[in-house]
Design a protein around this ligand. Sequence first.
Ligand code: CO
Length: 403
Amino acid sequence: MLHAFTFAQGRVRYSNRFLDSNAYRAARARGAPGASVFAVDPGLSLFSRLLMGLLPFQLDNTNISIAQVAGRFLALTETPLAIEFDPETLRTIGAFRFRDRLHGHLTTAHPLYDAATGVSYTYLTRFGLPSRYQIMTFGARRRMLGSLPVTAPGYMHSFAMTERYLVLSEFPFLLSMRDILSTKVPLIGCFRWRPERATRFLVLDKRTGELVRTYEADPCFGFHHVNAYETGEGLTLDLIVYPDPSVIDQLYLDTLAQRPRLPSGELRRYVLPQRGRSARYAVVSPVGLELPQIDERQRSRRHRYVYGVGVSQRGAFFDQIVRVDTEQRAVAIWSEAGCYPGEPIFVPDPGACAEGEGLLLTIVLDGRCGTSFLLALDAATLEEVGRARVAHHIPFGLHGLYV
Ligand code: CO
C-alpha cells in the first residue's frame, strides 16, 4: 500500500491506496496475503523459480521502496520489476516498461541518484553459469556499464557510490544453486552463510563499469549502505552491519508477529585504502541503528550525521529514532512510551546550506491507542516540531521518499 502525506497551507493531508499489482490481485482472490519474494514462502516450484525472470506474475509486490526516475514515480522491490504510480492520486499507472533488453533475476530497491550528473545507478544479478553482477544506469532505458562473472552471487540489498566509483559489498551470504533448484523456500532461503569466506568490496569505475579494485574484510552481513566518499587515503564507506545473517530469521512474519527481537545494527566506517587489499573499520556510533538516512545533499561527499531507527535496551522492535554525530561519536534519541517509529526521512530546510539543518519525518505507530501519526522532529536536536494523527494505524513499511 502506498501512503502519502501532503503539506499545504499549514495543513497535513493523508491518503493511501493499494498498488494494483498482480500480487495484490492474487491476494484478493485468495483472501490472504502470501506472494512475496523476501521472507514469506511464495510456494514456488522449481520450475516457476527458474522462470522467475520470464514470468514475474505474483512477484511484483513492489513494497520495498519508492524512487523518482526522470520525473516518474516507481515502487520497487528486489525483482527487476517496477510499478509506476501517480504521486497525486496514488493510482497505479502500471508495470514500468524498460525500453532496453537487459535482464536478470535479483536487483536492489535502492538505486542511487548522482545529483552532479543526473544519472541513476543500479545493479542486476543474473543467475546462470556463471552468474553475473551487471552494473548499469537506471532509468527508462538502462545502459549496461559492466558485467562481472561470479561463481556464487551474494545477497546484496544496496550499494554505495562516491564521486567516481560504485562499491558493491558482497557479504559471504551466497546463493546456493543447488538450493534454488531443489528446495521450495523463499528466495532469501536459498542463500547460505559462508563465514569461512571474506566480505568483498568491489570497487567499480562509474563511467566504464570496470572493476578497479577488490578489497577483503572479515565476514559480516548487512542490508544498508549509509554513504561513501573519497578521501586522500582512499574510500570511506559507512554501513549498517550484523555479525551474521541471523537478522533475517527475525524478519519472518511469524517471528515478528509472535516474538519479535530485532538485533541492533552496528554503524561501521570502513576505509578502503589506496594501498593494499584489506579494508579496516571503526564503529562510529555507540548505539545500533537501521534504515539509515543522511542529508541527501551529502550523497557521495563526506557526511557527519546519520539518522535511523533503533531498538532500545528494553525493546524488541524499532522503538526509537537515533541521530548519530559520527565526528563526536555522540547520539541523540527520540522515543515515547508505546511508540514505534519507522524510517526517518531528512527534509532540508529550504534556506539552509549546512548539513543537517532541517526536519526528520517519520511515521509512528502509537501502540497505546492503535493509531499512527506523522512525526516531525528538528533534525539537529530530535525535539518534536509537530505531529499529525491519522484515524487508524498505518502498517509498518520500509522506505519512503520526500519530494
Ligand atoms: Co532497504
